[in-house]
Design a protein around this ligand. Structure first.
Ligand SMILES: *Cc1c(COP(=O)(O)O)cnc(C)c1O
Length: 502
């Protein structure tokens, strides 16, 4: 059983493009210039030497294609990275966002010549309002975390506009996403942590005790990072509203609620979406993210500047004229130009248009079904500390009695079975946490195969713990020495020999 996977990882040093370089090889032939020649900048601004690798196009393509084949990807296999919603991203979105009219627009083009793009942004704002039950939406924020920052700025501006200056505390449950307290910290506000109760809900007594007139509001990740829908969400919101606070919804995991619950209807005042999770914008390689923010009626005036609006109504013959509008008490601009238009907004637009209302509801139902199916298959083997019907994900403990195999070892071993590991060591309130989010795009065969691998690894932890603890064995690189990596940090990029950045 174990032998096939036992090959030790080769000690390989990958060549860089500089190693592959050979003087005189050419990758591109420049055409003759068709613009007037300009004078070069003065010599003291010019480098005398700039060592660049010399390679042919085929060499470069092969080099990077080979490197890319060492990566794991959502197009290559199951990727249950909890909280990240690594669902399959339909390829039609790629076609749509590469349509020349979208691809080649310049953000400073006159609005009369970019009406299609503005119509798309306007419609996306409208759809997100309808999906989550809000009165207004900004598409500017570049990611979920920037959406949080935007929302908190709006909450602060709201209190200030009412001369309510005492409010400095943000209430955040211990089952919240880590970006929540980080965003609050960036604002110079104080985080007050609210514990979870034994069912994974906000502890109502602790919340009640913390509610006073210094509270800016509360940030609630719902479903939370345990994958639990807060059973008392309406009570939680009424306690926060009762002391004059505002309710921030972390909507990054809206995948679980689409078409079922609208956070705005439940009483959330402001919330961010993660287009790169819920709405199938590819992510994981560093971008582009997109974190639009929805706001209830009483926060509309504080939204970032500008929003896309109709500046001249149309009629039967002429379409409306779209343009930019400035909310009355805006917190200002949050992002250069208009957010991540092509990479984020166009893809999400195509995805929502393709799904329609019924498709969106299916997404939530299958996401929740898949997570509960996996949880049921694993609960006899792995301890599930908050064991009730989960939403789009659940958290198991990656440890076994009488064994020193840990969550990290299980995750590394999963790579030998060709699965991406789940999220590790988060949330902090579960020891050796393995946070598993299958998403709705996986079929039963894949879920069964993953559950089989997890159960097999639990057996190995008893019968062959060393194999688990030294995994992965089949990947291009073996396990990193994390202690050495932390002690001997190399933060600088690699530089060719003799090249000095100064
Ligand atoms: C991913 C996530 C965030 C942060 O989103 P980014 O786009 O990575 O900044 C915030 N909250 C929750 C619950 C998330 O899952």
């Amino acid at each position: 059983m174990v032998n096939a996977l036992e090959a030790t990882s080769p000690k390989v040093v990958e060549p860089t493009v500089f190693d592959l370089s050979s003087p005189g090889r050419v990758g591109v032939r420049m055409p003759a210039s068709d613009v007037p020649a300009m004078e070069a900048p003065p010599p003291h601004l010019l480098r005398s030497e700039l060592p660049l690798p010399e390679l042919a196009e085929a060499d470069v393509v092969r080099h990077y294609t080979r490197l890319s084949s060492f990566n794991y990807s959502v197009d290559g296999g199951f990727y249950p990275l909890g909280s990240c919603t690594m669902k399959y991203n339909p390829k039609i979105n790629e076609d749509v966002c590469r349509l020349p009219g979208f691809l080649f627009t310049h953000p400073l083009q006159p609005i009369e010549t970019a009406q299609g793009n503005l119509a798309l942004m306007y419609q996306l704002q409208e759809w997100l309002k309808e999906i989550a039950g809000f009165a207004g939406v900004t598409l500017q924020p570049a990611a979920g975390a920037q959406g949080e920052f935007t929302g908190i700025l709006m909450m602060r501006a709201y209190h200030k506009s009412r001369s309510d200056d005492k409010r400095v505390k943000m209430l955040i449950p211990d089952a919240a996403h880590g970006t929540n307290p980080a965003s609050v910290g960036m604002m110079g506000m104080t985080v007050v942590t609210i514990p979870s109760d034994s069912r994974g809900n906000v502890d109502l007594n602790a919340l009640e005790a913390a509610c006073d007139d210094t509270v800016v509001g509360m940030m609630l990740t719902n479903p939370n990072t345990l994958g639990m829908f807060d059973e008392n969400v309406e009570k939680v919101i009424s306690l926060v509203h009762g002391c004059g606070g505002l309710m921030y919804g972390d909507g990054a995991n809206l995948n679980a609620l689409l078409g079922i619950v609208r956070p705005g209807d439940v009483g959330f005042d402001v919330m961010h979406f993660n287009l790169h999770k819920t709405f199938a914008v590819p992510h994981g390689g560093g971008g582009p993210g997109s974190g639009p923010v929805g706001a209830a009626e009483h926060l509309l005036d504080f939204l970032p500047d500008p929003l896309v609006g109709i500046v001249e109504e149309g009629d039967d013959e002429t379409p409306p004229l779209y343009g930019f509008i400035t909310p009355a008490k805006t917190i200002g601009r949050m992002k250069t130009f208009h957010g991540h238009f092509g990479g984020g907004l166009v893809r999400a637009f195509a995805y929502i248009a393709m799904q329609g209302p019924d498709g969106l509801k299916d997404i939530a139902q299958y996401a929740v079904l898949n997570a509960n199916y996996l949880q049921a298959k694993l609960r006899d083997t792995y301890k599930i500390p908050y064991d009730r019907i989960c939403m789009h994900e659940f958290v198991a403990e990656g440890r076994f009695e009488g064994s020193d195999v840990r969550a990290l070892d299980i995750s590394k071993r999963l790579m030998d079975y060709n699965f991406h590991p789940p999220t590790n060591y988060f949330p902090l309130i579960v020891p050796e946490a393995l946070m598993i989010e299958p998403t709705e795009t996986e079929n039963k065969d894949t879920l069964d195969a993953f559950a089989d691998a997890m159960i097999k690894i639990a057996e190995e932890a008893k019968t062959a713990p060393e194999v688990v603890k030294s995994a992965p064995h089949t990947t291009r690189f073996g396990r990193m020495d994390e202690v050495k990596a932390a002690r001997e940090l190399v933060l600088c990029c690699w530089l060719p020999e003799g090249y000095d950045l100064s």
